[in-house]
Design a protein around this ligand. Structure first.
Ligand code: NAD
Ligand code: ZN
Length: 261
């Protein structure tokens, strides 16, 4: 059956690179989830234009900061819990499913890559996951619904039942140490890749943004898909200042094996 190849040079260029690579890795940022209705941080309408982030040290030092952090969490929770994967997530899942992409390294905390059908084992979460909470001391997991009930109903801040430690959403805040296992896994995947595709990241958050540099220095071809320019555009082999969903959807179709037999 003949399928229509979209008349889209950007998508075709990306498809050709995916097709000719032997091991591709995808690196995503908040930009891949804006089409699912989750605002990013640094677009003109991003979250940082409305409120400053809470630094990890302030969260630890101040009960009032912890309260503010949980207030923000529960105010924005619906946006993430009701969001569905979009065409960009689905295209990424298609490539992973075909074996074209070995892993997705993500700065996102929304869980939408997993919800699009990618196995947990192939998603490397650099900044954690905001759909649950954990104890900062012993790691015990806590569900948000229980915390919300005590916080909204009785103004109680969550404390670990096992060790009395501070409980926080399972995300990495500014000023907080990066999680060791995902960092190591991300480095291994990056070094094994011959194609590294950045999707929807301003590439200014460190150390996450160092992975594309490591990939390029290691000889991988680097692709950046982002509406706005990034500081790494000049070292990339292909830069697409395009909308993510339509571009990736077209590229996933154009790279399908049946079309290239
Ligand atoms: P960022 O906000 O710094 O940059 C996002 C980039 O995506 C921007 O440069 C923007 O131009 C681009 N973009 C947005 N929508 C796009 C679209 N539809 N098509 C093409 N480009 C688009 O995001 P970042 O680099 O990921 O860094 C932000 C930090 O914020 C990360 O650490 C992440 O943990 C966190 N964050 C996560 C989420 C989420 O999980 N969805 C949302 C907001 C912030
Ligand atoms: Zn604990």
């Amino acid at each position: 059956m003949e399928r229509e190849i979209p008349d889209n040079n950007a998508a075709q260029a990306l498809a050709d690179m995916v097709r000719t690579s032997s091991r591709a890795v995808i690196f995503t940022g908040a930009g891949i989830s804006t089409e699912s209705g989750i605002p990013d941080f640094r677009s003109p309408t991003g979250i940082w234009t409305q409120m400053a982030p809470i630094d990890f040290r302030d969260f630890i030092a101040s009960a009032e900061m912890r309260r503010e952090s949980w207030r923000r969490k529960f105010a924005s929770e619906k946006t993430i819990s009701e969001a569905e994967p979009n065409a960009g997530h689905l295209a990424v899942a298609t490539w992973v499913g075909r074996g074209d992409v070995s892993a997705v390294i993500t700065q996102n905390i929304d869980g939408l890559h997993q919800r699009s059908g990618i196995a947990d084992a192939q998603v490397v979460e650099l900044h954690g996951n905001s759909t649950y909470a954990s104890c900062l001391d012993c790691g015990q997991r806590y569900e948000l619904a229980v915390i919300k009930q005590a916080f909204i109903g009785r103004d109680e801040l969550p404390v670990c039942a096992a060790c009395n430690g501070i409980v926080k959403t399972a995300t990495i805040s500014f000023g907080q140490a990066m999680p060791l296992a995902p960092m190591q896994r991300a480095e291994e995947e990056t070094l094994a890749a011959d194609l590294f595709i950045v999707i929807g990241s301003s590439l200014v958050v460190q150390p996450a943004a160092s992975f594309p540099i490591i990939a390029a220095q290691n000889g991988a071809r680097l692709v950046i898909i982002n509406r706005e320019p990034t500081p790494l555009d000049e070292i990339a082999d292909l830069v697409l200042h395009e909308e993510i969903g339509p571009t990736l959807a077209a590229a996933a179709i154009a790279s399908a094996p049946s079309l290239n037999a």
